[in-house]
Design a protein around this ligand. Sequence first.
Ligand code: PLP
Length: 418
Amino acid sequence: MRPVPTAPAGAPAPFDVERIRREFPILGQQVRGKPLVYLDNAATAQKPERVIDAEARFYREINANVHRGVHLLSERATQAYEDVREKVRRFLNAPSAKEVIFTRGTTESLNLVAQTFGRQRVGEGDEILVTEMEHHSNIVPWQMLAQERKARLVVAPVDDAGVLRLDELERRLGPRTRILAVTHVSNALGTVNPIARICELARARGVPVVVDGAQGVPHRPVDVRALGCDFYAFSAHKLYGPTGVGVLWGKREHLEAMPPWQGGGDMILSVTFEKTTFNELPYKLEAGTPNIAGVVAMGAAIDWLASIDLAGALAHEHDLLAYGTELLSRIPGIRLVGTAPEKEGVLSFLLGDVHPHDIGTVLDREGVAIRTGHHCAQPLMIRYAIPATARASLAIYNRRSELEALAAGLEKVRRMFA
Ligand code: PLP
């Protein structure tokens, strides 16, 4: 008998989608009498048991406020919370855990940068450069800042396939550009932007780069040093973690120079009615009681990702993307929106003249959950002269058979609206 191959001690078992699925309790359920096919992962990913347990265990066994107590539970809560800072540092390969700021998510992280760093840097007549494929979270905070400062929002275009025009971006990096804000991966198109190259172009002109990593971290390992960016923002809930918590990573020199954002507890060293002195990093930027249980559960999500064969999982996801693209391309009347050569886990499409909401409603009756609408990227929809798309988005627990269910559902839509 041949010996069963065993993984070397400490190495994760080779990726097996069925085994991974069993760790996600929600995936086993039926919706509308059909097995759930969850293809709305770009909106939020499902959570493995380990993450759900970590949050519940925190409340059952540790719950106390952080940083303030001398009692044992407070010490434990503080330890659990601060341990995650180091986990995130490792996860992003950041130089220091002091550069890791816990926030409510990507949106809050980007607003934080705009309202502190942005306010310091941007003045009248200056320019803030964004791209046409940004999520509203990486447009509106900059637009608000531009209005406040009498500055200008400048936009780098994408081509018909959904690839960022680097030549046009470079042309727009001018003497008045003070900040470049760009997404790592587009939530509406799946396009992966060449962040390292973009940072090189910006650095050559002294322009700091803020990266929206909401759709980056779930699909590829991120190394902020290798990328060369100045800030990187992400949300835990798209990374198999809980909602209501996320991260802003920033270069220490920027964070040190930034004023505090919100005032309140924890971000101060001393307060009198005459004067307040502020705490050091990272606490200076974390006012008030944070989402402690959420941070702890985010740490569990990062641990969970480290415990699986992530390379195998991401290869599986790429296989799904290629398979899904092929299946959809075979359906008459399908138009894929976003066909960049470098893509992650997103299949945005239109089907003839059928409104995306109708597509979504018919698919829902088949148990297939997708998203329809503008995906918080209305300027991108305007670019393609469409009101909305239907979007199936992938996670490592999806199966090929789920994409077949999507394709079968779309055939139904086609017949219904023919
Ligand atoms: N940026 C991108 C690219 C996103 O996909 C999203 C969420 O869909 C966000 C930002 C905002 O993330 P959150 O709502 O978690 O703050």
